[in-house]
Design a protein around this ligand. Sequence first.
Ligand SMILES: Nc1ncnc2c1ncn2[C@@H]1O[C@H](COP(=O)(O)OP(=O)(O)O)[C@@H](O)[C@H]1O
Ligand SMILES: [Mg+2]
Length: 504
Amino acid sequence: MEREVGTVICTSSGPSAFEFDFVVTNTSLSVPVRTGQFVEVSTEEGKLIAQVTEIMKTNRYFMHAEAVREYERGGKPLTTIFPVDKWEYIIAKAKPLAISINGQLERVTFPPSPGEKVRLASQDTLANFLGLDIENGIELGTVRYHNIPARLNLTRLLQKHVAILAISGAGKSYLASVLTEELLLRSPAKGRVAVVIVDVHGEYVSLAEKVESSGYVDFSDRVSVFKTSFFQIAVPQISERMFGEFQPQISPIQIRELGRVLKNLKRKMYETGIPYSLQDVIREIEQDEKMNIRTKEALLGWLYDLEETGLFGPVESPNLDKIVKPGHAAIIDLSEIISLRKKQILVSYVARRLFDLRKQEKIPPFVLILEEAHQFCPEARRELAISKSIIETIAREGRKFFASLCLISQRPVKLSTTVLSQCNTHIILRITNPYDLKHIGESSEGIDRTVLDVITTLNVGEALIVGEAVNFPLFIKIRKRRSKEPKHALNLEDAAKKFEKQYT
Ligand SMILES: Nc1ncnc2c1ncn2[C@@H]1O[C@H](COP(=O)(O)OP(=O)(O)O)[C@@H](O)[C@H]1O
Ligand SMILES: [Mg+2]
């Protein structure tokens, strides 16, 4: 049994099915109950679960302003004259949320009785009410104000995609690392997925480092990092439509002609067994006699431009079908690339290949973690993003094939609404920008005004989870990482000192 905290009392309006008050009777703790905590009360029908919405203190000795003033004017505080501390009461208001009738959750239609004991909600009650998976879930932290692990069911959390949204510095990447750790720590018996991280800033590479110091888990045997300097997009894997995505101004006629050329090259490849490169495509077009000269020039221009990115080659490196493994994380480190367009080309290729491989069941169910998601699938039409269409496709169709997205963004307003609405679970950390808040209020399920107000006050390491993964908006305290954190970047003072030391 959980700690008893109080007793239901009568007020002019309650107890009712919408609200009840209780007086705190257990004063063994200095803070016996908190706003936001879950409590339970027995009723005729079953166990009623409620949330504390307001806490008030009262003391009859301080009810009359003139009396307090008169006594204290004499130089003697009230506390020295009367046993005032014995008369302080705490009264809490609670909002009934659900009633558990033989384990089934029902809407509350009947009030609890005055005099009933109020207890803090037990782990079983909360797990049932919130929809936690205590046995096999992904442990992101603890339920706020309760010492209960916030373990979320893998399917409910990931199958229909998740978005992590917050201002920068709120702990998004930290949380994504915790999520990754949980996925890597799962046993095969519980069902393991593969993790692919598109690491825009090189923040996750430390997961792959060997750890000798105690107190940390060494994930190095389960994590591989792929630097983009070794990355190669396999040209034979790219259809004319994908070329059209990489070069959005390419015309339908040019695409059709390119398709014809690619078909020839594919035929030759099957005959000789030698894969073709972008130069081969360029040469084939140059030698093509059927092609209109203007189409030819335009196509060559687009292809030379792609060749200059240095991303293309005859074979894929690394082999995406080899590096995506259950219980493993593949980190694609984009930190060396400055051009956004190049990053988008890579993300587009990787996402499309992973989705195709998954559809053919050549790779295990996976979750693709994408940082700076608003750069890869922006809402604005004028911000043309090469990777937008494939990410939207996975967002819409991924669940059928167990291809999940975990999108991370500090500018939810700028993220494609199609994608955001397909992310059925939102994990929200601190957000202060009013536009982002409004957007989240509109696009996340189950968020009302009071919840929105709390989002602005969240501290680093605190999060709100709403949507598919939980039955009710859930505030959690994110757990500590088991892996070593990346070494912190220099602060401004140290960077300035370092510069002067080097150059003076
Ligand atoms: N749950 C947490 N517990 C402890 N420290 C945290 C937690 N979340 C974030 N931090 C710290 O806060 C800082 C910013 O976190 P980070 O994940 O990089 O933020 P974001 O990705 O949102 O910009 C980091 O130094 C990190 O160590
Ligand atoms: Mg980050």
